[in-house]
Structures are given as C-alpha cells and as structure tokens.
Design a protein around this ligand. Sequence first.
Ligand SMILES: C[S@@+](CC[C@H](N)C(=O)[O-])C[C@H]1O[C@@H](n2cnc3c(N)ncnc32)[C@H](O)[C@@H]1O
Length: 308
Amino acid sequence: MYITMYFCLSSALIESQTCLVGNQKECAENETVAVATQYSVDVANQWARSIENMHWLHDGHHSTVMSQLEAVHRRSNVPPSQMKVVDIACGEGIYARKLSDRFGYERIVAVDKSRAQIDTAMNRTASSRYPDIDYHQMDVPIDTLSAADIESLGGPFDIALANWLFSYADSKPDLLRMMEWTNRLMKPGGTLIAWTVAVEDLRDADEGVVKNSKFRIEQRFEGENGKKEEGRVWQGENEKEYVCSIYSFNTYETLFEIAGFRDVHFLEHHEYVAGNELSNCTREERAMFDELITWKGCILKVFTATKL
Ligand SMILES: C[S@@+](CC[C@H](N)C(=O)[O-])C[C@H]1O[C@@H](n2cnc3c(N)ncnc32)[C@H](O)[C@@H]1O
C-alpha cells in the first residue's frame, strides 16, 4: 500500500502512531486514528459529519462537478441516458446518488478501496430508488484491470469522476499509475473530472491558516522547515485532519499526457460554482466558497481531461 492519507484527530497522533515500512505506511487503527484508505466505520462517519459541518465547502465541491457535467452534456450528442459513468474513490456514494438524481445515466459504477465506505454507500443507496448504481470494492491501481475486468464492471465508461483519488498518490510514479488505471476504464473521447490537491505555483500556497480563520482550514507542508514543495501536505478542515499529496499543475499535465489524456484543464476561478438549485447554502456561504476557491493560496482544485 502506498497511500498517504490519514484522517486523525490530531497531527501529533499521526506522528506518534504512523510507522513507515519501506515505502509503506501503516497506522494503528483505533477510535481516533485510522488509515483513511481503509476508512474504518469511525472514519467513514467522520467524513459524513464533515460533509455536514463544512456543508458550504462540500456543497461547492458537488456543485462544481455537477456544473462540469452539464457542460459535457451540452457539448455531446449522446444523451446521459446512454452514458456510463464510473465514480472512482466514491466514498459513501454521495456523487453517485446526486448523478443518478440529476442526469439519469444508463449506469453508474462506483468503486472505493474501503469496505466500510462501500458498505455505508450501499446502506445509503436504496436499490429500489437507485437500480442504476453498482458498488464495488477496488484498490486503485493495485487491483488489475484486464479487458474482462473492465467488461465485468460494466465499462468502458463515457465519464470518470475521481474526486480526491489522485491526492492519495504518494509519489509521481504512483500518480502516473493511478492516471493510467483510470485511462484504461474509459472510452476514447471520454471525460475525466476530479477534485484534487494541486496548485499552479507552490509559492502561492498558504502555510498555516488558509486566507482567513473563518474558513476553518489550515495546511502545512511537510517538507523540511515547512518548505513548500511537492509531496506531503497536512490539512485541517474544521475537526478533521488529513495528510495528502500535493503536485503542481505542471506535474499533473505532464503525467496526464503520458497516461494518454489530452486537454488537461484546471478550472479557472469563474468555473467553480458555489451552490445550485439543489443547494441549501445561504448567500453568505456561497460567497465564502467563492472567496476561498479563488484565493491564490487555495490548493483544492478541479481539473478535467479527455481520454485520447
Ligand atoms: C475524501 S474521500 C472522498 C469520497 C468521495 N469521492 C467524495 O468526494 O465525497 C476519499 C475516498 O477515497 C478512497 N480511496 C483512497 N485511496 C483509494 C484507492 N487507492 N483506491 C480506491 N479508493 C481509494 C477512500 O477510501 C475514501 O473513500
């Protein structure tokens, strides 16, 4: 396992309970600490609570993806009812359900490494209401993807979502393998949309409080003396903490090209969407999302890419 992201209640706990085994990291799983990629039931619940506590932020995440999908459908002659979608690192299935409600795709296949997340997703996704959604436990890119595997999953897919998958890549080779894995699942010309942790120029990224304490977001680079460099970055989001990997736009663009994608595009500020008709955010909360996401120190980013 080469994943680096942990959800913990304190960074001290991360340090005291994380042990390195070669290139692997292991974290004792207990009430407060768990390897996020194994998402224990407790960690899955923390994530669900965070979606509620920081709803203005998560709502912006969801609305932005929905808006990018709408743009895809405006450009395409194929109706969503004839499209297949894969949601990689689907978590508790929030995107899968939103996509089904909104677009009525032919099929949505949602995969995640964590058994607890898949179980939670299945519990929250009534099959009578969502007969179009299938969940599978899969570890990217460890689990192989032969042509037969792709077919049995229901692929290849017109659209891939991979929200917060690539930020688990522990190194550039790992990042490339995740991209290649995703590429294999997709149809030529298919669209990939993902939230990740990235920045155009690392010097712009904040060290410590992000822009203003009202956002309740902090980030710390884990390089020597907090040096801003690609690699591990600690993030605190209200009560929840994680360690993930940050890479520059340039790294993403280069590796995506190698992995067989074209038109890699990090969204411009005006393309982020704070709220839509399904949102329960106030005007002030939408303004807060806008302010955060357009801040040059913000490292939460969305990109789109097209499979060659
Ligand atoms: C922060 S959650 C995001 C869930 C969902 N995409 C969302 O945005 O609501 C990250 C998810 O990525 C999953 N994950 C992490 N590494 C993975 C991997 N290598 N393969 C598949 N899933 C992975 C975790 O289990 C977790 O459910």
